[in-house]
Design a protein around this ligand. Structure first.
Ligand code: UFG
Length: 321
């Protein structure tokens, strides 16, 4: 099969490209390289264009044929999204409208879309399933929900099918160490802890230690990036055979506190990690843990790297490489 991968130079996009190549699919990466990396494109064909420019997008993609589109390209920093809402609406929402328009013009009718647990907002239940209310508390989450809504409406209006995958906390690196997480600025817990361990970053700040959890720090559901990548392949196989719109959570269904993760990072690095206890970070929910039963049942998806230790060790191997 021949697929278009927008944002294929980014963290989760590049791991999905790797999985597609490994199963023998052809890949074209569309990226504006605003946050993605050329080293992450793995020798694949690249179309460098910004989704916000409909005319350039249309001409860059004219005459192409794809069996489906994986849509990762988006801005994804929560704090930045609240400071620059229009930038997020233009990049994420308007960019997706342009992509859908060009896709439909070219008859590429199967989409797998990168969404986020940020669409749920403040959890009302310990485990979050897909039917949990969607009341995002930041602009990033609102844009992801709007992008989902757009795809759902297109699916209702014509013969188009889309799956939205709502990730919990993507983490870790390719087991062969060829790819991994590299954001600038880095805001995520595991890379920040490991950068503090390797000496290439600041001491880790633990954001808040007075949350109503057993050790006072926030709880998250960490999912290995290769498990996420495999879910995309399964989702594409599904969406090519099922008309309509579906959402699936992707997570391990196990919660780990910031202190649990910090300790796992110290074990992986084999040393103490410099850190300070800081104030809560604005907008962090106390706990976010998935119920991903639907993806396991319907997509027959089974995460392989469910142990926090293994996820963190792969990230440490990448960090030290
Ligand atoms: N944390 C720290 N120190 C850091 C970084 C993070 O203590 O330097 C804490 C955070 O406060 C949070 C936990 O570690 O409690 C996890 O934080 P991350 O930034 O790694 O991940 P988030 O849960 O904030 O973000 C993830 C996704 C976002 C998504 C969000 C909500 O990366 O894209 O979940 O679904 F928007």
């Amino acid at each position: 099969m021949n697929y278009l991968v927008t944002g294929g130079a980014g963290y989760i996009g590049s791991h999905t490209v790797k999985a597609l190549i490994e199963r023998g699919d052809d890949v074209t990466i569309l990226d504006n390289f605003s946050t993605g990396h050329r080293w992450a494109t793995q020798g694949q064909r690249i179309i460098e264009v910004d989704l916000r420019d409909l005319h350039l997008l249309r001409s860059a993609l004219s005459g192409e044929t794809f069996d489906g589109v994986f849509h990762f390209a988006a801005k994804s920093l929560v704090a930045e999204s609240n400071q620059r809402p229009l930038f997020y609406y233009q990049n994420n929402v308007a960019g997706t409208a342009n992509l859908l328009e060009v896709a439909i013009e070219n008859n590429w009718m199967h989409f797998v879309f990168s969404s986020s647990a940020a669409v749920y907002g403040t959890p009302e239940t310990a485990l979050i399933a897909e039917d949990h209310s969607t009341l995002p508390i930041n602009v990033y989450g609102k844009t992801k929900l709007a992008m989902e809504g757009m795809m759902q409406d297109v699916c209702a209006a014509q013969e188009f099918s889309a799956i939205s995958l709502r990730y919990f906390n993507a983490a870790g690196a390719a087991l062969d160490c060829s790819l991994g997480e590299s954001h600038e600025p880095e805001t995520h817990l595991i890379p920040n802890a490991l950068k503090a361990a390797s000496g290439s970053g600041q001491p880790l700040t633990i954001f808040g230690y007075d949350y109503p959890t057993p050790d006072g720090t926030c709880i998250r559901d960490y999912i290995h990036v290769e498990d996420l990548a495999n879910a995309h392949l399964k989702a594409m196989d599904y969406v090519r055979n099922h008309q309509g719109f579906e959402v699936f959570n992707l997570g391990n269904g196990q919660g780990f506190s910031v202190k649990d993760v910090f300790s796992a990072c110290e074990r992986a690095a084999g040393k103490s990690i410099p850190h300070v206890l800081g104030d809560r970070r604005k907008g962090d929910p106390t706990s976010l843990v998935s119920d991903a039963t639907k993806a396991r049942k319907i997509l027959a998806w089974e995460p392989l790297h469910t142990k926090l230790e293994g996820i963190v060790e792969s990230a440490w191997a990448w960090e030290t490489k």
